[in-house]
Design a protein around this ligand. Sequence first.
Ligand code: CA2
Length: 155
Amino acid sequence: MKKILVLNGPNLNLLGTREPAQYGTTTLPDVEAMCRAECERRGYELECFQSNWEGALIDKIQEYGRLWKAGSALGCVFNPGAFTHTSVALHDAIKGVDGLPVIECHISNVHAREAFRHHSYISPAAAGIIVGFGVQGYLIALDGLVRTRENGSAA
Ligand code: CA2
């Protein structure tokens, strides 16, 4: 059974506990359970990982790059949090794994927010981008990943 990674960056462990107007009331464990149910339904094994540390996120992307090369991973749904707007290192990590499809996912519509959130270092390296659908965006991103990459398809 191929693996899918749902990766979350800094402060997303606080989801559902603060700023409900911006990010809703669903917690990260709730989001992970929704994603797990969807992956099981579709016949994939889900790993969820959250870190507030850039290097830990890079290590996980590299690990999935190796799994993808070995044919054991389908791809990754990634909410890089505020590292979206700052991290050349995460951009390089995604480029560096060369092949692993990474779908960038944001809960809020970053383009309707402060100007500093309008630029993403991740988007040029991502296979696709989902923004502004709340936590349902994770499921939309999973759907897009499976629809386009299942059975070796890259359409
Ligand atoms: O909309 C998104 O998903 C973001 O990636 C969330 C980041 C933000 O920096 C990006 O610009 C857009 C922030 C994640 C912090 O999440 C919190 C959740 C609850 C309470 C406090 C922070």
